[in-house]
Every structure is written in C-alpha cells, then in structure tokens.
Design a protein around this ligand. Structure first.
Ligand code: FES
Ligand SMILES: [Fe+2]
Length: 349
C-alpha cells in the first residue's frame, strides 16, 4: 500500500523533546524522542513484552522505559533491562527507524534501513535561509495521501476552491507542461499578463503580473511548488518568489499528515505580511482539507469499477499515479511486510 523506501516527514524539529512523543505514519505507531546529545530517535511504539505504547513511558538517559512493566530499550530498539529478572529475552527488541533532521523537519525512513544511507534527504533549505521568510502549518487530512497528491498536481482547483485567496480563472485557462525526471514529476503553468490572485494583490500591491507555478513532486512524499509573480515582461528572477513546501505523509489508508511551509523572498521579517499569509493560507489548507474529506467519503461509496474521468490538466496526476504504482510494484511484497527487528545499532541520528 505504501512506498516504504523513501524519506517521509514525521514531525517538526521543534516538536521533539526529551519527552516521548507518538505519531502514526504508514499505519505504523512510532515513538520519537531526543537523546541527551539532542539527536532524534524513532522506534516502533509498541513494547515487545505485551504491546503497551512506549510513548506512554519515560526517557531515561538515551533509553526509553516502558511504563507498564519497565522493559528498557536502547535507542537502537534493543531491550537492555527487564526489571523482574536478569535474563533478557532475545526477542525483546523493537524496530528502530533511520531518522534524519534537516531544516526544521524530522524525516523517517520506513523501508529497508540500509537503503536510507544512500538516499539523500530532499532539499528544503528555504525553511532556514535568512534571505527568505516563511509561515508554516500542520494538518491531519481525513483523506488518503493519493488524494492530496492529486490536489497538488492539479492546481486548477484553486480557481474554484480558493477564490478569496490564491485562485482565479488564470489558473485553469492556462494549460500545463509536464516533465518526468527519474522519480520527480514537474507540472509547470505559465500565466502571462494577468491579474494577481486576491491574496497576492494584498501582499504585494501589484495589479498586473506575469504569474507561474511549477509543482515539483518528489515521489512519494514532497511537493515543492516553485512560484512567483513579476511585472509583465519582467525577468522571473527579479520577481516576488515563492517556494511552497508540502510534505505529505500517509497516516493510514484514508488519513494523511500535511506539513506545510510557505517560503517567500520578499518582505522578509515583516510580521504584518506573515500574519496576513498565516491566516489566509491556513484557510486555504482548511478548504483543501474539507474538500478532500468529502471526496474521500464519496470515493468510499463509489464502486471500484468506476474510474476517474481525467482531462488534459490532469496530465501530472496521471503520470504520478503511473510512476507511484510502478515504484510500489517494484517494492513488491516487501512493501507490505515490516522489516524484521534488528539487534545491532542502526543509523539513528
Ligand atoms: S508491556 Fe512493556 S514492559 Fe510490559
Ligand atoms: Fe488547494
């Protein structure tokens, strides 16, 4: 059901502390905490003894102690103490997941651990670049990750769902070009000499612009939307530029974590602009969340024999679905089977 050999955002850096924290991703309960040196740990949140959540226990040094009968696990998931006896059962192990922390996001690798070491974490440097400012949001969508991917790959919905903020007819009257490069799908829309969206007019004061947005989907989890506006005929690099980061992590088959950062290269440090964007973009995400929840409900009632009716603007959607299905098939049965527990310390930074 899920592509596992990939990095997924599981939390914001600021969420992780020395207190254990639970988050379910890819239908798997995970406990997260920081070691004494600050590095992040991700373990299966289910004690090997009798399945109590480790997140309900406590962190002791770099280890975590189950709150039910006191089994203590090190940060590689190996049980190092059973208070009621000296012998530690060899199967007293919980899976540890590779973790990487980069530019305010904590990423987890849910697949084969050794493959994590050769897979770079996606670039999101705009989140911490001092030349950029940003507003952020987190949502738990009541819809599958697939529906969120479709939503981001077909932005024509902005002209109907987000008309008070980021959408108008310029989005759907202009077509897209789609390119595939390995596991990255780019959907590019150029909107020449048009009115800026209502939110952009408020934020920039411009009334006539060339607009563009390119959704770059780094399968399977991250959409980076490179976007901007410039006075008609101007050079893109001279414009008001945006990098909109959308990290989508399945929680279950029908629910998804949505980690969002809207980064801009203008009005950096202007708290009024931050507040304007924070409020309006929060509403945009709520509009998407509400729409996709309804869509998920209807899809659940729709006979499986009835397919979507895709149009030209869905070219990116169609290509992404095909490529994700191919990657999922390549992972095969392994995608359905959690990796076995390991007794040796893995990469858990
Ligand atoms: S369930 Fe964790 S120690 Fe018993
Ligand atoms: Fe949207």
């Amino acid at each position: 059901m899920y592509i596992r050999n990939a990095w997924y955002v599981i939390a914001w850096s600021g969420e992780l502390t020395r207190e254990p924290m639970h988050r379910t991703v890819l239908d798997t309960p995970i406990v997260l905490y920081r070691k004494q040196d600050g590095t992040a740990v991700a373990l299966l949140d289910r004690c090997a003894h009798r399945a109590y959540p480790l997140s309900a226990g406590q962190v002791i040094g770099d280890n975590i102690q189950c709150g039910y009968h006191g089994f203590e696990y090190d940060c590689a998931g190996v049980c190092v103490k059973v208070p009621a006896q000296d012998r530690i059962p060899p199967r007293a192990v919980v899976h540890s997941y590779p973790v990487a922390e980069s530019h305010q996001w904590v990423w987890v690798w849910m697949g084969e651990p050794e493959k994590a070491t050769t897979s770079p974490v996606p670039d999101t440097h705009w989140m911490t670049d001092p030349g950029w400012d940003r507003v952020t949001h987190t949502r738990l969508f009541q819809s599958s990750a697939e529906l969120v991917h479709d939503n981001l790959l077909d932005l024509t919905h902005e002209g109907f769902l987000h008309t008070s903020s980021i959408g108008d007819e310029a989005v759907y009257v202009n077509g897209v070009t789609v390119e595939v490069d390995g596991t990255v799908i780019s959907v590019d829309r150029w909107m020449p000499d048009c009115h800026p969206s209502p939110l952009f007019e408020k934020a920039t004061g411009l009334t006539r612009v060339d607009r563009w947005h390119t959704t770059e989907f780094q399968i399977p989890s991250l959409h980076v939307i490179h976007a901007g506006v410039v006075e008609p005929g101007g050079r893109r690099e001279d414009g008001h530029l945006l990098e909109v980061l959308n990290a989508i992590t399945p929680q279950t088959e029908t629910t998804s974590w949505y980690f969002y950062a809207f980064c801009r290269n203008f009005d950096v440090g202007d708290e009024d602009v931050n507040q304007l964007l924070r409020t309006n973009l929060g509403e945009v995400l709520d509009e998407d969340a509400d729409a996709l929840e309804l869509q998920q409900q209807r899809m659940g009632q729709r006979p499986s024999s009835v397919p979507d009716v895709l149009i030209g603007q869905d070219a990116g959607v169609a290509k992404a679905r095909r490529l994700m299905a191919k990657l999922l098939a390549a992972e095969g049965a392994e995608a359905e089977t959690p990796a076995p527990p390991r007794r040796s310390a893995g990469r858990a930074s």
